[in-house]
Design a protein around this ligand. Structure first.
Ligand SMILES: Nc1ncnc2c1ncn2[C@@H]1O[C@H](COP(=O)(O)OP(=O)(O)OP(=O)(O)O)[C@@H](O)[C@H]1O
Ligand SMILES: [Mg+2]
Length: 321
């Protein structure tokens, strides 16, 4: 079975050709009362030598200690491996072919990651069920490259968009913590020239939420995806009144969008040599409108959070064919 796995700083995503799965990229100590009556499904993995861990949203909500790392050593850390095992636990098959990605800046660590993921059998238990999973193939690509594959290939991995597959495409991946800008020329080449900015969707959502909380305390309960809608619509409805909040949204999103636009200028000039500028990653929900205003050939992908991982799957289908 082919499976795309995208372990982002914000969320871990997987796609098996049919089902999309997402969970928060967090692991934490198991503190849940055995007798609690929560209706939420457990997500606990046990790894020999590392112990028992809550994964995803349950870790965020219930663990006393949460492990979340953002440094380069992340991929060789137990925290990363737990998320990988968490992802494997969502797959029914015990033999899998994996395609995954690394942040562009860390792509040199590709071989090391392949070693970790391919190392024999992965033995673990998930919610009390013992598993042994073998990774028979593993391909590691630069993360934003997944989005190009997502757009250029069909679900069997055949080229469905020739222009995109053979041309120069600019990719802007606005993740949780980082924004990556790179050029992909033809499906198989990634230009060395890349830029990484240390801001992402998570910073934007947090800043907008903080600004709104100060003025409208009723906003406190809004969830992240609701904040995203608010940012997009630049308005909120409180007690039946629609309130325009364009000024607040602009004050937070505008600086990042200008930073991205400045980098685009620096890297691509007028960007006339690119057939498209593709904006992906969850932060696209916030920043894409500003970039699209400026560049007529810029598009936001339909499903920015999942398009990298869908592309991983399609590449898997292509290389396994
Ligand atoms: N449905 C949504 N609507 C709007 N914004 C969203 C949505 N889902 C996620 N986001 C925003 O996008 C950000 C995360 O995007 P994404 O899942 O692409 O990050 P990631 O891949 O985990 O991070 P990175 O690529 O930096 O490792 C979140 O911080 C959130 O603010
Ligand atoms: Mg990402």
């Amino acid at each position: 079975m082919i499976i795309g796995i995208d372990i982002g700083y914000n969320a871990t995503k997987l796609f098996d050709g049919k089902t999309k799965t997402i969970f928060a990229s967090a692991s934490g100590t198991v503190n849940k009362s055995r007798f609690s009556l929560t209706t939420k499904e457990d997500f606990i993995v046990k790894i020999p030598g590392d112990g028992e861990w809550m994964i995803g949203e349950t870790a965020v909500e219930e663990s006393r200690i949460i492990a979340r790392r953002e440094d380069r050593k992340w991929i060789t850390s137990p925290e990363y491996y737990r998320l990988f095992i968490g992802a494997l636990s969502k797959v029914k098959d015990n033999i899998v072919s994996i395609v995954t990605g690394l942040p562009v800046a860390f792509y040199d660590d590709k071989d090391e990651l392949e070693q970790i993921l391919k190392a024999g059998e992965h033995i673990f238990s998930a919610n009390g069920v013992d598993r042994k999973v073998t990774v028979d193939k593993c391909l590691v690509i630069p993360q934003p490259f997944g989005t190009v594959a997502c757009l250029a290939l069909d679900e069997n991995g055949n080229i469905s968009d020739k222009d995109l597959a053979s041309g120069n495409v600019g990719i802007i991946d606005i993740g949780g913590k980082t924004t990556n800008i790179l050029t992909v020329s033809k499906l198989s080449e990634v230009a060395r020239q890349t830029v990484s900015i240390n801001t992402g969707g998570w910073d934007i959502a947090r800043d907008v939420k903080n600004q709104l909380n100060k003025i409208y305390p009723a906003m406190e309960e809004q969830r992240d995806h609701e904040i995203a809608d608010i940012v997009r619509n630049k308005s909120i409805t409180l007690f039946g009144n629609k309130i325009n909040i364009a000024e607040i949204v602009d004050s937070v999103v505008f600086p990042l969008s200008q930073q991205v636009i400045a980098e685009i200028n620096q890297m691509w000039g007028s960007s006339a040599g690119l057939s498209k500028i593709v904006i992906t990653g969850g932060g696209a929900y916030f920043v894409a409108p500003y970039i699209m205003q400026k560049y007529s050939h810029a598009i936001m992908v339909d499903d920015p959070v999942f398009s990298n991982v869908i592309g991983y799957y399609k590449l898997g289908a292509r290389t396994n064919a």
